[in-house]
Design a protein around this ligand. Structure first.
Ligand SMILES: *Cc1c(COP(=O)(O)O)cnc(C)c1O
Length: 372
């Protein structure tokens, strides 16, 4: 699915120098590479603040903690996402409220949000899945009308560009009050372990998330609020400082690989290919097909037998996860997310994918589809 070794081998010397510099100085926690990376990342995203933390899940949790919410307050989000998005909501004693996704983009159907808003709704938490943005302009407009906070889960969409109707644009994760990303190794900007970051244009929120990520403390041994211990390692920041320079070329490589898949699969009308939106670029964290319900698993098995890995992101929508049974959601509540869970299949997608590999993948995919 990914080729982290191939990617690393091309920047090996630079990475080794960066890691060696950290080890030589032995400032493993809060070393100078942390503020350097935060500044570089903020500049790349054209965002006032980037605050690093231990992983993308913590980024979401710290963001929610910064909003001074009350137990039982409601957070509207997508049922078709990695479980972490919802897990942190529940962990903080808040209530996740789901809105079904669009069948063509896998992202929350913004036109259905309004009817899910109640007097307890405090936050809209859109997830930019697979590398494409949720339609933020109407969502932001709605958040202002109802006085709601917006936290973007941009863990799969770093570098994705959203274009507003008047033509101006912004990076995923920088449009809401807070935005979150993950540097998990397989993400589009991955480090060599766990890592995450929070983005905001708001000085007061930036100060608050920084404090929360550091035990609720601004002055050492003085604790103003309850926080957590969530830090990016200096070694990871040093690695990310190197890799950030290549992020645009990594995104370009993914987009080229996606265009090759599109071309190779164009002859196959029964396959749902990823669509391109007028308001969002696509950075192809995943290249995800939609198959028919009765053949998805068989096709996946047949590809596996040919040595081709594929993944189902995600086989169970969040509202039907056992851990959330207490919320009382039923089968049929979010039919689009439920159908996608039975039909999606993500093909190998990474920066090192070659035309030959893709030809082999597509030949096997087409032959699996034809012998039924
Ligand atoms: C990866 C991911 C997360 C969690 O990030 P971690 O760094 O693994 O904690 C959250 N939400 C989405 C959509 C993700 O893809």
């Amino acid at each position: 699915m990914v080729d982290l070794q191939g990617q690393y081998s091309k920047i090996k010397a630079e990475i080794h120098d960066a890691v060696q510099a950290v080890i030589s100085r032995s400032a493993f926690v809060r070393g100078k590479e942390i503020p350097e990376f935060e500044q570089n990342l903020a500049r790349y995203l054209q965002c006032r603040h980037a605050v690093t933390c231990a992983n993308g899940t913590d980024a979401l949790q710290i963001s929610l903690m910064a909003l001074n919410l009350q137990p039982g307050d409601e957070v509207i989000t997508s049922p078709f996402t990695f479980f972490a998005t919802v897990e942190v909501i529940v962990f903080l004693g808040l209530r996740p409220v789901f809105v079904d996704v669009r069948p063509d983009t896998f992202n929350m159907d913004v036109s259905q949000i309004e009817k899910a808003i109640t007097p307890r709704t405090k936050v809209l938490l859109p997830v930019h899945l697979f590398g494409q943005c949720t339609d933020m302009e109407p969502l932001l407009e709605m958040s202002r009308r109802h006085n709601l906070f917006v936290i973007e889960d941009a863990c799969q969409a770093i570098g994705t560009v959203y274009t507003f109707r008047d033509g101006h644009s912004a990076m995923a994760g920088t449009m809401g009050h807070l935005g979150c990303t993950s540097f998990f190794p397989s993400k589009n900007l991955g480090c060599f372990g766990d890592g995450g970051a929070i983005f905001t244009q708001d000085d007061a929120l930036a100060a608050r998330v920084r404090t929360i990520a550091n035990h609720g403390s601004e002055v050492k041994y003085h604790h103003d609020r309850i926080g957590v211990n969530s830090r990016l390692d200096t070694i990871q920041a040093a690695i990310l400082n190197v890799k950030l320079k290549y992020l645009d070329s990594y995104i370009h490589a993914r987009q080229q690989a996606a265009a090759r898949y599109d071309r190779l699969l164009a002859s196959c009308p029964q396959l749902g290919l990823p669509i391109r939106l007028p308001f969002s670029s696509h950075t192809f964290h995943q290249y995800t097909l939609q198959l028919s319900e009765n053949e998805r698993n068989r096709v996946q098995d047949q590809l596996r037998a040919a040595g081709i890995p594929t993944m189902v992101y995600y086989p169970v929508p969040c509202h039907l996860q056992k851990a959330l049974a207490y919320l009382g959601y039923q089968v049929g509540d979010f039919p689009v997310a439920e159908r996608l869970a039975r039909t999606v299949l993500s093909l190998p997608m990474h920066t090192e994918l070659s035309e030959n590999q893709q030809q082999y993948i597509v030949e096997n995919l087409l032959s699996a589809l034809s012998d039924r």
